[in-house]
Structures are given as structure tokens and as C-alpha cells.
Design a protein. Structure first.
Length: 317
């Protein structure tokens, strides 16, 4: 004849079940915490152009945080307190260097001092100097306008990710870098074909500030001048600067002035009036990517859009 368990025995059994259930919850919770994004390896990138390039290399192997928002100015953008903290927590910080990110450098230096690995990409791709204006003989940070230097940068970033970012699959990062590098090589060939349509005598550039020196060197353009005679948008032109550039435009027979799409073109329009010649003011995506669907959401899209604009601007009668 069976008998019902006494109350103490029932309570002990219930307690054991509750403890087992609680242990299961804690185990699931612990495994869930291990997979959260904050526990993943982290790469922090300062500019959005380098951010896109780095994401193509890293893929899903680590978290990539890009500090600079779309359409921002790399010379003047800043970071929030949480973003500054993310720099010092990163496994690797990728930045342009050569003085480009003027408001971010102190955070990068602080990260270096605390032991974070950093890569100043521009300093490692055979940088050139400005040849004219207020920034003459200073290093030019705008290396990304030369796709072949970007191809070199792809290899450098991949090597640093493999060496300094814990837990990444070396073979996956290497394969990603190889595939993206091949797309850069294809871009270079396509740009050469497009620019070949511009007669040699018309391969002359006037920009809102000195930003296309690397492109000029790679593809055989001559820099006539810049509305802002400096390598940074934080400078401003004088009346004599504008007069000198207007004279140079008239002498060279320049057909178009190219301005960054994220910057007002007021000065270029003033220069156009001052020069008393018929020139177009053509927007380019020179220093920042755009939001998705706005014309230059990736590095490859930006370079193709600029190539089309430059070619059209300098061949249209």
C-alpha cells in the first residue's frame, strides 16, 4: 500500500528542483554573456573612409567601430565620451595620421600610452608633401585619392589585425584583404580608362582646398590651385589668395572648380565670378563617405563617383 510523501520530504524535493532550475538559468545566462558584442575583439577606426576599408578586411571576425559619421569633416569632427572610452578599450586603433584628425589625435595618443596598438595608415604608404599654399612642404594626409596607396593600406591593416586583434581567424582576414585588394586594383584600371578621355592639356584641377595631390600624381593631373590655399578646411583664404587663383584659372583655361559635397561652395562661386571666365562648380566626395543611397556610401562608390564627375567636368565644352 503506497503512502504520500511527508511534508518535509516534499519540501526537500521541491527545493532540489528549484536549485536545478536556477543552475540552468545561470548557465544559460553565463553563455549568453560570453557572446555579447562588448566581449568581442574590437577595432576602432577614426575616419569613415578607413572604416569602410577596415570593415571589408575584418568582416565578421571582430567588432569594427567607426568614430566619424557620414558627411563629417575629418579635420574638425570630435568624439563623445563613450567613443573616447572605446578608443582606450580597443584591441587596435586604425587612424589616418599625418595631422588629418586634428581633434582626435590626443585620444589616440592616450590609447597608445595605455598600451593599445595603433596604426597610422597615412604614415606607412609613402606619403607626399603639399607643393603649394600655406601647407607647402607639410605631409599631405589625403592618400586615399590614390587607389594604389589604398591597396598598400589594405595589406598593412590586415597585418595589424592579424597581429594585434585576439581571436580573429588569420586565414579569413587574409582572404578578405586579398579579395578587397583585387577590387582596388580593378578600380585603378577603370579610373585610368576614364581619365584617358581627358586631353592632356585639360587635366588641371582647382579644388576648394588641397586634397587631390595623390590623385594628381597617380593619374597625371596638374594642380592649378585651391580656393582655400591649405591642406585643411579650418583655414580661410584672403582676398589676395582669391585674386591670385583667379589669375591662374584664366591663364590655364580651367573648365571646372571642384568642391567637397559636404562643404558650402560659396567661396568657389565667388571665385567663379572674380575670374570672369565660364567655369562650372562641380561637387565631389573628397574627404567623407555619405549615408547609404547618397552617392558615396563606400570607398569604391566614392572613387567611381568622383572619377565620373572629374572626367565630365573637364571634357564638357
Amino acid at each position: 500500500m503506497s503512502s504520500r510523501p511527508t511534508a518535509p520530504r516534499r519540501h526537500h524535493a521541491l527545493a532540489r528542483l528549484l536549485l536545478a532550475a536556477l543552475a540552468g538559468v545561470l548557465l544559460v545566462g553565463a553563455s549568453g554573456c560570453a557572446g555579447r558584442d562588448e566581449d568581442r575583439a574590437s577595432v576602432v577606426v577614426t575616419t569613415n573612409i578607413l572604416g569602410d576599408i577596415t570593415r571589408n578586411i575584418v568582416g565578421d571576425e571582430a567588432e569594427v567601430t567607426v568614430l566619424m559619421r557620414a558627411d563629417a569633416d575629418p579635420h574638425s569632427f570630435g568624439v563623445s565620451a563613450p567613443q573616447a572610452a572605446s578608443i582606450e578599450r580597443a584591441d587596435l586603433v586604425v587612424h589616418n595620421g599625418l595631422g588629418l584628425e586634428e581633434n582626435i589625435l590626443r585620444h589616440v595618443r592616450a590609447a597608445e600610452e595605455s598600451g593599445v596598438s595603433t596604426l597610422a595608415v597615412g604614415e606607412a604608404v609613402d606619403p607626399i608633401t603639399y607643393t603649394a599654399g600655406e601647407s607647402a612642404d607639410e605631409p599631405d594626409p589625403h592618400f586615399w585619392t590614390d587607389p594604389e596607396r589604398v591597396r598598400t593600406a589594405v595589406g598593412l591593416i590586415a597585418d595589424h589585425v592579424i597581429e594585434h586583434v585576439q581571436g580573429v581567424d588569420r586565414s579569413v582576414v587574409a582572404e578578405n584583404a586579398s579579395a578587397y585588394g583585387a577590387r582596388i586594383t580593378e578600380l585603378t584600371g577603370w579610373m585610368e580608362e576614364q581619365f584617358h578621355r581627358i586631353p592632356d592639356g585639360q587635366r588641371q584641377l582647382v579644388t576648394n582646398h588641397h586634397v587631390f595631390g595623390y590623385l594628381a600624381q597617380r593619374f597625371g593631373f596638374r594642380i592649378v590651385g585651391a580656393v582655400i590655399p591649405s591642406g585643411t578646411t579650418l583655414a580661410s583664404p584672403s582676398a589676395s589668395d582669391l585674386t591670385s587663383l583667379a589669375t591662374a584659372i584664366e591663364t590655364a583655361g580651367v573648365r571646372a572648380i571642384f568642391v567637397d559635397s559636404s562643404q558650402p561652395d560659396r567661396l568657389a562661386q565667388v571665385l567663379k565670378r572674380e575670374s570672369e571666365v565660364d567655369v562650372d562648380v562641380v561637387p565631389l566626395f573628397s574627404e567623407s563617405l555619405t549615408a547609404e543611397g547618397k552617392g558615396a556610401a563606400t570607398y569604391l562608390e566614392m572613387m567611381r563617383a568622383n572619377t565620373r564627375s572629374i572626367t565630365t567636368g573637364l571634357t564638357t565644352a
